[in-house]
Design a protein around this ligand. Structure first.
Ligand SMILES: Cc1cc2nc3c(=O)[nH]c(=O)nc-3n(C[C@H](O)[C@H](O)[C@H](O)COP(=O)(O)O)c2cc1C
Length: 371
């Protein structure tokens, strides 16, 4: 009998016992009623697989490329602030696990280690995530620091202009970790002026609520790094992103942590993929907990997925080793799903292998259970 956790849910259960309630609720929770948080899992679970037989699956490969960089399987690590909430090795452990797994970590501007220290510890490609700041000088300065440190793409999070209402944090009186060392040089003497980050509301934010599409053109013209936008949930915004210089688009609702009662990100993925039409790569995050979730996202047009909470659960259980194990579980589950569905490469995963409507519905249209 295996004593260790065998899936991501078991990692979460152990992580919950290891970290305090405030931290656990901060990581696991979503905005207001958490309707989108629950919907995200329900939708992924409601997509059914339609396996194909008699396909030669003896030689399977999960490798692919994102923005021209090879990754060993189509799972990247989402930008997420303050990994020290899960483990003292924080983002250093994360970047090392990413390198060992042959994939990309997207470092959040809100990291608990400096972007330079994390870059130093990396052994593979890394991307950096930031925002449009009110101070456009700071926006360019952070992009330049990322480029200088060796990050190969710049991810702009677009869906975090307004501070979210997270009721678990309010009830827990959760105060977060304070500012990131990435902004130590700003010398924000008044803590109320510090970076409001992904954390509790009520503090003044240095992110710019006034940013619009021309700002993306401006940034694209002022950095050599390819731009990836994060937080797209609408076909029209996918089209705009591609037209204003984004090379990558992350379809995401921020893990249901900002606006509640949105669709699950996977529901809007096909419309964004259609509107972007190969002008940019499209990735997906939100609710990925199983290899079959990755398969479904790819079948619906994502080039790769990213994981957020799952990385915290791995870190919380056993630092770098724990996160490595989480990544290997997802790799193993994806490999099995591909094999059993008769798909041996990422490119061959298509919509033909999934469905959402029971074939019995046409025979028994009145039966609710088949809906
Ligand atoms: C604790 C935590 C902190 C996060 N911080 C950031 C952040 O700094 N920047 C960002 O763009 N997204 C942030 N996110 C959102 C993730 O990048 C991602 O969109 C989300 O976690 C995906 O859903 P999942 O957790 O179900 O995988 C954070 C998520 C969590 C759980």
């Amino acid at each position: 009998m295996t004593s260790g956790p065998v899936n991501i849910y078991e990692y979460e259960a152990i992580a919950q016992m290891r970290i305090g309630k405030g931290e656990y609720d901060f990581i696991a929770g979503g905005a207001t009623d958490e309707i989108t948080l629950r919907r995200t899992r329900a939708v992924l679970d409601s997509i059914m697989l339609k396996p194909r037989m008699m396909v030669d699956i003896s030689d399977r490969s999960m490798s692919t490329t994102v923005l021209g960089q090879e990754i060993s399987f189509p799972v990247m690590l989402d930008p997420a602030g303050n990994h020290s909430a899960a483990h003292p090795d924080a983002e250093i452990a994360t970047v090392q696990a990413a390198g060992k797994a042959g994939t990309i970590m997207v470092l959040s501007a809100q990291s608990s280690r400096t972007l330079e220290d994390v870059a130093q510890a990396s052994s593979g490609p890394i991307w950096f995530q930031q925002y449009f700041f009110r101070d456009r000088g700071l926006t360019l300065e952070m992009a330049a620091r990322a480029e200088e440190a060796g990050y190969s793409a710049l991810c702009l999070t677009l869906d975090a202009k307004v501070s979210p209402k997270r009721e678990r944090n309010i009830r827990n009186n959760y105060r977060g970790s304070g500012g990131s060392p990435n902004f130590a040089h700003l010398n924000l003497s008044d803590p109320s002026e510090s970076f409001a980050l992904d954390g509790p509301s009520g503090v003044r934010d240095i992110r710019d609520p006034a940013s619009t599409w021309p700002d993306l053109d401006w940034l694209a013209a002022n950095t050599r790094l390819p731009l990836v936008v994060k937080g797209i949930m609408h076909a029209e915004d996918g089209r705009q992103s591609a037209e204003h210089g984004a090379k990558g688009i992350i379809v995401s609702n921020h893990g249901a942590r900002y606006l509640d009662t949105t669709f699950a990100s996977v529901e809007v993925l096909p419309e964004v993929v259609d509107s972007v039409q190969d002008r940019a790569e499209v990735y997906l995050d939100g609710g990925i907990r199983r290899g079959s979730d990755i398969f479904k996202a790819i079948a619906l047009g994502a080039r790769a997925v990213l994981i957020g909470r799952a990385l915290f659960w791995g870190l919380a259980v056993d630092g770098e080793e724990g996160l490595s194990a989480v990544l290997e579980i997802l790799r193993d589950e994806l490999d099995r799903t591909m094999g059993m569905c008769g798909r041996s490469t990422i490119d061959s995963i298509d919509r033909e292998t999934i469905g959402t409507v029971s074939p019995l519905l046409s025979l028994f249209p009145q039966a609710e259970s088949f809906r």
